[in-house]
Design a protein around this ligand. Structure first.
Ligand SMILES: [Zn+2]
Ligand SMILES: [Zn+2]
Length: 330
């Protein structure tokens, strides 16, 4: 029997329709190992080609070379020298494309990914995320900072070298604002952070928990929009990614890598996106918002009904996906 499930925070509905189901192991992609070299002469992010990118705004040195670099995005959709002023064009509203876009080059080694990196490289990556998050949050015009990783062509990147991106914008879009309204209303009504309540409930029900560490929990959410959608939440209430302390950050690097290893080995290295959803800068310390990471393996494509209604049809039970990922040996 298909069922509707509601995301208790955003109030969005999904349809879980396992009649058309694939079992988790049927998602295993047909593709071969990526078979990439560890270094490429023509890769702008490989060591020796530093002049192909703008100078680093942050780096972690290792001996004579580097182990991580953050550089301005040369092909950024937004530019930092513009203004944020809104303008009219007849009845239409517009503004200059102000924003700051940076690329985090996570390792000098071309053919790694988070799942196959040394733990130190993942810790460096998490550290760089926080450093740049804090630096960009001091820029007066910035309202929202989004950190994300596109892995593979289905996830929107053709650049092979391991990298993440940060885009800081002067705009908080409705897609981000609406769940904030909902969680604020819930907090006004019940007096608590609804994310904290949801995490407590997931711990109680257990069936969708993939892994728990001292400070974090990884789950396949109750109302997952697509197969193997995974979220990592801090167990201590924090609205902003910028406010995690050193100990939590290292624990975060570990659970992020463990979760991506489960996806990498369990689902045979699928393309994916992950996004760190942190509160807008002005809401960096509020009771009603709770930061998290959402990981979306690209195993299905939203079609007409999804695009038309925003109601996603998920053919896999999140409980089965969590069970499957829990069992993967890492
Ligand atoms: Zn490279
Ligand atoms: Zn909370």
């Amino acid at each position: 029997m298909p069922e509707f499930r509601q995301n208790m925070i955003s109030k969005e509905w999904v349809i879980i329709a396992t009649e058309r189901a694939k079992r988790p192991d049927q998602f295993l992609p047909k593709k071969e190992e990526r078979g990439l070299p560890s270094h490429r002469e023509d890769c702008p992010f490989c060591p020796g080609n530093e002049s192909m990118t703008p100078p680093a705004v942050f780096s972690i040195e290792k001996g004579e070379s580097w182990s991580l670099r953050v550089v301005p995005n040369k092909f950024a959709a937004l530019q930092s020298h513009l203004t944020t002023e809104r303008k009219r064009e007849g009845r239409f509203l517009k503004a200059d494309g102000f924003g700051i876009a940076e690329v985090i080059i996570e390792t000098p080694i071309h053919n790694r990914t988070i799942a196959t990196m040394d733990p130190e490289e993942v810790r460096n990556t998490a550290f760089a995320y926080r450093e740049r998050y804090l630096a960009l949050s001091k820029v007066k015009q910035i309202d929202l900072i989004t950190i994300f990783r596109n892995y593979g062509e289905r996830a929107g990147t053709s650049l092979e070298h391991p990298h993440s991106q940060i885009i800081a914008t002067p705009i908080v879009p409705p897609h981000v604002r609406n769940p904030l309204y909902q969680s604020q209303l819930a907090c006004d009504t019940y007096g608590n952070c609804i994310y904290c309540e949801m995490i407590d409930e997931e711990v109680r029900q257990e069936v969708r928990v993939i892994q728990e560490s001292e400070y974090f929990i990884a789950i396949c959410p109750f109302a997952s929009r697509s197969p193997f959608e995974t979220r990592i939440y801090p167990k201590i209430h924090r609205s902003s990614f910028g406010s995690v302390n050193d100990e939590e950050l290292m624990d975060f690097a570990k659970i992020l890598q463990d979760t991506l290893k489960r996806i990498y080995y369990g689902l045979q290295n699928p393309d994916y996106n992950y996004i760190i959803r942190s509160a807008p800068i002005e809401d960096c310390d509020v009771k009603y918002h709770h930061w998290y990471v959402v990981i979306v393996p690209k195993l299905t494509t939203p079609a007409g009904f999804e695009i038309g209604t925003g109601i996603y049809i998920n053919t896999t039970l999140p409980e089965d996906c969590a069970h499957f990922l829990r069992e993967v040996e890492i």
